[in-house]
Design a binder for this molecule. Structure first.
Ligand code: IVH
Length: 677
């Protein structure tokens, strides 16, 4: 095909794909099914791959993320991103309406009511219709540049659908849909990774990934709610959002222009009730003076505009009956109480169970079987028992006793001194064994596709699985497996190739999969980076283990004991004999932090703490959990506590997060930074 024909085909595909994105994400009216969309997308990917010279920056193929950055750069907003004043209750809303009326001469004021998305605000800069910069809100004046990440977000046009000359800033909220959040947490839990507390945190964490390919996988959505810099594109707030929609942005479809307190209250009532059925989280309603001239007349304070107010909803709670409290056994043998509830809808999902964390917490809250309890979904998702409704306590409500024997294997439970968790120490406990398998094969560990929870249970029952090495003998039973009911040839082939592929997983994943007490994914990563080979790790003595970043005395002895145990040693040898050969731990990419130990404290805003620590390791340094004379730098964010005090006491240089990132960027070790300590 001639070059111009190829270019024409690519251009046609791009506009066709963006049209489908618009129909799907903005208008909510898809006209093709997923397979047709995928076909168009793949054709465009192939074309651009074969002919890189015809690729364009606004191509939808650019929405899948690009190679990671080491840090976010800062970007000043042309117009500050203000916050909103809050109103709680009718009186405060009336006061707002009265102030607006007074400021505008006394007549009734028209407002646009909008949903208040519970997400993360961003600002998108378009230059001559092309998306050039995307930033987080930051401190309102300056934000972090997250352009590659924002490109992956649904509802963000890479190119405006109508030409707008010059620069405009479009503002709005990035949210994670409840469904995507639930999926993400499920797979994180399966992999043994920490789950996000709510969709807002998950959305913020996902947008702030240094690797935008991860952001792309997280499936975020954007809703535009206003403008920053740029020519005024309409006369009213409702006109602005109509314009946003025409330009290609997803907007608040539930918005309504209304007037007077009764209408405002009716709108609030309607959305308070409908809130659970929305696919994304909202934490209130925003009322904005609709006329833009009037907005200008009212102006703003340093905090927020006088023409808008956020009416906040209360946390979503519900009452239900707690039928029973039962004990659940985890992988490490920890036994936790779980509440079995009469089904109730909270925050849009039916809740039948809620964890009670541990027996101490349960007694502190004085929760009893038969109680009516208050259930709350923290940030929409994880249900918790807030406490009992004492007025409704039946006379025969039962105070739950902690179990003395394991609910699964009947062996006596023990309690480690100083810890709240009850433990089943029976190594043969079936619940623990099944949980160990689930952990070993999970995505964060050996990532064995096809060996799900149900298959594990079934294979345990049939005796095909006995201990972890038995996973690697399943291939000798291929013929038998083929004879099992409900097991197709294809799924068995897939399972066996998944098992085969897992033999060479990176060392840190293998270590994590072993399920050594106190060794999470980060600890496993540190052990792998430190010792590099399984051989070195398994022969390390207590002191050598303790020398690893973030391995304290307790963890060191857990690891040492684990490798001393004859059963564990035999199990490892067996796995090695069966061909398991974990890939050696990666060498650091650079030596700029060699010999330097970092401690992070307080809130980091540009990356998570594990990400920061992984960065230190990658650059040849060490990351520790506590401050000592061996610490070279303490990186302190807001809300830093005792670690910061200790650093000052020991005269250890304290860096801000930005100093640290500058250091990473400049590849040289700077002195103490902006905290001026
Ligand atoms: S307007 C100057 N509209 O709420 C006015 N904000 O609590 C700027 N938010 O920072 C905000 N939905 O992140 C506006 N429909 C909406 C909103 C909204 C959510 C967020 C936004 C803002 C925060 C203030």
């Amino acid at each position: 095909m001639a070059h111009t024909d190829l270019e024409q085909e690519a251009a046609a595909l791009r506009s066709e794909i963006e049209r489908h994105n618009y129909l799907y994400y903005v208008l909510d009216q898809p006209v093709v099914d997923d397979s047709e969309y995928d076909r168009l997308f793949r054709r465009l990917v192939d074309l651009e791959k074969e002919h890189p010279e015809i690729a364009t920056a606004d191509s939808p193929t650019q929405r899948v993320g690009v190679a990671p950055v080491t840090a976010f750069t800062q970007h000043g907003h042309l117009v500050p991103m203000l916050s909103l004043d809050n109103a709680f209750g009718e009186d405060e809303l009336r006061a707002f309406d009265d102030r607006a009326k007074k400021g505008l001469g006394g007549d009734a004021v028209q407002y646009q009511a909008e949903l208040k998305f519970d997400g993360l605000s961003i600002s998108l800069t378009y230059e001559d219709s092309l998306l050039t910069v995307a930033t987080t809100r930051g401190d309102g004046g300056t934000g972090e540049v997250v352009t590659p990440n924002a490109r992956t977000v649904r509802g963000v046009p890479l190119k405006l659908r109508e030409h707008v000359p010059g620069i405009i800033e479009v503002r709005g909220e990035v949210v994670m849909y409840k469904e995507n959040f639930a999926q993400l947490n499920l797979s994180r839990a399966e992999r043994g990774e920490q789950v996000y507390a709510n969709p807002r945190n998950a959305g913020a964490g996902s947008l702030r990934q240094l690797d935008s390919r991860i952001t792309a996988e997280r499936k975020l959505n954007f809703f535009a709610y206003g403008f920053g810099a740029g020519d005024r594109l309409a006369e009213t707030q409702s006109g602005l959002l109509d314009k946003c929609r025409a330009l290609g942005f997803a907007v608040n479809e539930e918005r309504k222009v209304l007037c007077g307190l009764p209408e405002m209250m009716a709108y609030l009532d309607k959305w308070r009730e409908k809130r659970p059925s929305l696919p994304f989280g909202i934490d209130g309603i925003v009322f904005k003076v609709n006329n833009l001239d009037q907005q200008e007349t009212l102006g703003a304070t340093s905090r927020g505009p006088r023409w808008a107010i956020a009416y906040k909803f209360a946390a979503e709670q519900a009452f239900t009956k707690l039928n029973r409290i039962f004990a659940q056994v985890g992988r490490t043998g920890a036994v936790t109480p779980v509440a079995d509830l009469e089904a109730v809808i909270v925050g849009g999902a039916t809740v039948t169970r809620a964890t009670l964390h541990n027996y101490e917490d349960l007694h502190r809250k004085d929760v009893r079987e038969g109680d009516t309890v208050v259930i709350q979904r923290a940030g929409d998702v994880i249900p918790e028992v807030v406490g009992p409704v004492l007025d409704k306590r039946p006379v025969d409500a039962v105070i739950p006793e902690p179990p003395t024997v394991c609910p699964e294997c009947n062996q006596p439970l023990s309690q480690v001194a100083g810890q709240v968790a009850l433990l089943c120490t029976n190594k043969q406990c079936p619940a623990q064994i099944a949980a160990k398998f689930r952990h070993f094969v999970s995505r964060g560990a050996m990532d064995i596709e096809g060996l799900g929870e149900k298959i594990i249970d079934r294979f345990l029952e049939l005796g095909y699985l006995t201990d972890l090495p038995s996973i690697y003998t399943l291939k000798d039973k291929e013929a038998e497996l083929m004879n099992l009911d409900r097991m197709g040839e294809l799924s068995i082939k897939k399972l066996l190739s998944g098992i085969e592929g897992s033999k060479t997983r990176p060392l840190h994943k293998f270590i994590f999969g072993l399920g050594i007490r106190q060794v999470g994914d980060r600890g496993a990563y540190e052990l792998a980076s430190h010792f590099r080979t399984l051989e070195k790790l398994r022969h390390a003595d207590y002191d050598q283990l303790k020398a690893v970043a973030d391995v304290g005395p307790k963890t060191a002895s857990e690891i040492w004991e684990w490798f001393e145990d004859a059963n564990n040693r035999a199990m490892l040898d067996q796995m090695l004999d069966l061909g398991v050969k974990p890939e050696e731990g990666a060498a650091p990419e650079s030596t700029i932090f060699e010999g330097k130990t970092f401690v992070f404290t307080g809130t980091l805003t540009q990356m998570t703490r594990p990400e920061a620590e992984a960065l230190v390791l990658k650059l040849g340094g060490k990351a520790a959990g506590s401050v000592s004379k061996q610490t070279t730098y303490v990186v302190a964010g807001p809300a830093a506590g005792s670690k910061l005090d200790k650093a000052i006491q020991l005269d250890i240089p304290v860096l801000s997060e930005q100093d640290f990132l500058n250091m990473v960027d400049s590849e040289e070790i700077a002195g103490p930074g902006t905290l001026g300590l």
